[in-house]
Ligand binder design. Structure first.
Ligand code: FDA
Ligand code: NAD
Length: 422
């Protein structure tokens, strides 16, 4: 059997949902668009999975509620004539023939393909540690992982969890576990948490708070192996520094790898992702890529980047629909990177690029503080914890406008006012 669609999206995550909405806004006809997803549910707002345990339940967090837009339930796709093929993995794609083959044996032909395959969690086995399959070792990428994690957590209330990693998943899961009365120890190789973004000063604020909630930090070492009981359940974690921590459950958040394998050898890859131009078009004219898998030019940063965050997934997806539906009216994708996280009562945002020297400002003993990144005499990045919408908007504008800065100490003294009055 073979079906033909004008537009096919491979992958049914955040980017697919936002692209679908934009396609309809731009007048896509019934039966022109098909989304094929390995997950058994319609696209949803993935960030919901880590903000509290148990997370909200579908259908309440289907895309595009995260951006205060329509809630796209399965019925919405039906009503808009969008073919949603769920629970079906795409096994291969032939970009020369413009066809793809699904796990159910169907061949689908497309005129234009959008790659939105996202990423998969890195497994401990890639670092030489066995045990990912144990019943109390949890990863968190999709809804099935979240359900599993919550079940494991509920089976060991009052028990001990080791959280492996010091990034986003680790920080957000540690908070959600503690709130559920689990004792948490975080283990990561770096000197402080969130090493890809936080300065030592920013990290120390959050680490102190987490410690006040009972979280223990073991820095500068990694897991070397697990101890198992006779049922194959992990009972302890052995660290490279020789220490051992007894556990009831383990959560692993050690980064991701973009899902590019369908296209290796067919499209140009860079920085571990699929390289696209300012129109989000890959090295093949009929194929576009968006979201976590895409490496795109970010003019504000002066280089190509692969971003692993929901705002860029949403916005690349909307832009690609515009490029495809209204090519003459749509320019290049212009983007100001936005990263954010929420845990306990914290809420921070970062805009721009974290390159150059850092000036901290605000009250690092209180609840509102931030930092600016200054590179080659210009402000290029801004971070704020505890801001109001107006304040977040001001720091976003500052990162967008890149004002000249010649006196770093003065900018530090002005702090948030520098962005608010800029
Ligand atoms: P996404 O991963 O959402 O979707 C990819 C889809 O493709 C999946 O449904 C997958 O099953 C499917 N797929 C892959 N290969 C396939 C194949 N061969 N055939 C069929 N289907 C296939 N970001 C942020 O800025 N703030 C936040 O608070 C959070 N919080 C957060 C929490 C958690 C738990 C996670 C895992 C991630 C976040 N993120 C985040 C990151 C954010 O969710 C992420 O950047 C987006 O989901 C990326 O959207 P994509 O659509 O690119 O991939
Ligand atoms: P990450 O890249 O944020 O952090 C990975 C962390 O793993 C590193 O900081 C490091 O501490 C640790 N690490 C690496 N190798 C290790 C090893 N061998 N042993 C122990 N620790 C090791 O990735 P993540 O936290 O796994 O998040 C996965 C994805 O989900 C990312 O794309 C992230 O952007 C996304 N996410 C984003 C948010 C958000 O933006 N608020 C929230 C959750 C998840």
């Amino acid at each position: 059997m073979e079906r033909v669609f004008a537009y096919v999206i491979v992958g049914g995550g955040v980017a697919a949902g936002y692209a679908a909405l934009e396609f309809t806004k731009r007048g896509v006809s019934h039966a022109q668009l098909c989304i094929i997803s390995e997950e058994p549910v319609a696209p949803y707002e993935r960030p919901t999975l880590s903000k509290k345990f148990p997370p909200a339940r579908l259908p309440s967090f289907h895309t595009c509620v995260g951006a205060n837009e329509e809630l796209l339930t399965p019925t919405w796709y039906e009503e808009h004539g969008i073919e949603l093929v769920l629970g079906t993995r795409v096994e291969s794609v032939d970009v020369g023939q413009k066809t793809l083959l699904t796990a159910s044996g169907e061949t689908i032909r497309y005129e234009t393909l959008i790659i939105a395959t996202g990423a998969k969690a890195l497994k401990l086995e890639e670092f030489g540690v066995k045990g990912s399959e144990a019943e109390n070792v949890c990863y968190l990428r999709d809804l099935a992982d979240a359900d599993r994690l919550v079940n494991v957590m509920q089976s060991c209330t009052g028990g001990n969890a080791v959280v492996i990693g010091g990034g986003y998943i680790a920080m957000e899961c540690a908070a959600s576990l503690v709130i559920n009365k689990i004792n948490v120890t975080m283990v990561f190789p770096e000197a402080h948490c969130m090493p890809r973004l936080f300065t030592p000063k920013i990290a120390s604020y959050y680490e102190d708070y987490y410690q006040s909630k009972g979280v223990k930090f073991i820095r500068g070492t990694i897991l070397s192996s697990f101890e198992f009981d006779s049922n194959g359940k992990v009972t302890a974690v052995n660290l490279r520094d020789g220490s051992q921590i007894p556990v009831d459950m383990v959560v692993v958040g050690i980064g991701i790898r973009p899902n590019t394998s369908l296209f290796e050898g067919q499209l140009t890859m860079e920085k571990g992702g699929i390289k696209v131009n300012g129109k989000l078009q890959t090295s093949n004219d009929s194929v576009y890529a968006v979201g976590d898998v895409a490496v795109f030019p970010v003019d504000l940063c002066g280089r190509i980047r692969r971003l692993e965050h929901v705002d860029s997934a949403r916005k690349t997806a909307k832009h690609v629909a515009a490029v495809i539906m209204e090519p003459d009216k749509t320019g290049e994708f212009e983007y100001l990177p936005l990263l954010y996280s929420k845990a306990f009562s914290f809420s921070w945002r970062f805009y721009g690029d974290n390159a150059g020297e850092v000036v901290h400002f605000g009250d690092y003993l209180g609840t509102k503080f931030g930092a600016y990144w200054i590179n080659n005499g210009h402000l290029v990045g801004s971070f704020l914890e505890g801001g109001t919408e107006d304040e977040f908007e001001a720091i976003a504008n500052a990162a967008q406008l890149k004002p000249a800065v010649d006196d770093l100490a003065e900018v530090g003294r002005q702090g948030l006012n520098f962005a608010m009055t800029g």
